[in-house]
Write a protein of this length. Sequence first.
Length: 140
Amino acid sequence: MARHINPSNSTNKTIDAIDRKRERERHFMLKKSREMAAELAVSLVQRLLDLHIIETNSVHAIQEVFARQLQQLGDLEEFDMQFKIAPVRNLTPDPNVISLYLTQYVVEDLIDHPNIQDVFGDDLEIYRALDSVLSRIRPQ
């Protein structure tokens, strides 16, 4: 007898597989961001400076801030992470969650840092600058 295939069940399996893949990717990136925090922080700040997105009077202080953020990302509760990235969640079709988080961090929190003189650009420009550096820790 022929087996009946339930199309909704196959759709659910596909969605579940995509969700599992994204969750594995997220855990991998969080682990790598913690391991490479200092190196990534230097690259991130340099990219933001090169693209004239931030102006600062202490590059080292901002590098320390980014390194601390990258190290603490893995310790965040899922709710806190989702709450932070909610305003920029739909910025791109396949976003890097760490890039989204840091984009929102730059827009909301870094702008108030005493060593930041100004932040330029819109959310998408900031995201692209950050993601250009963070894409190297994203699995292919």
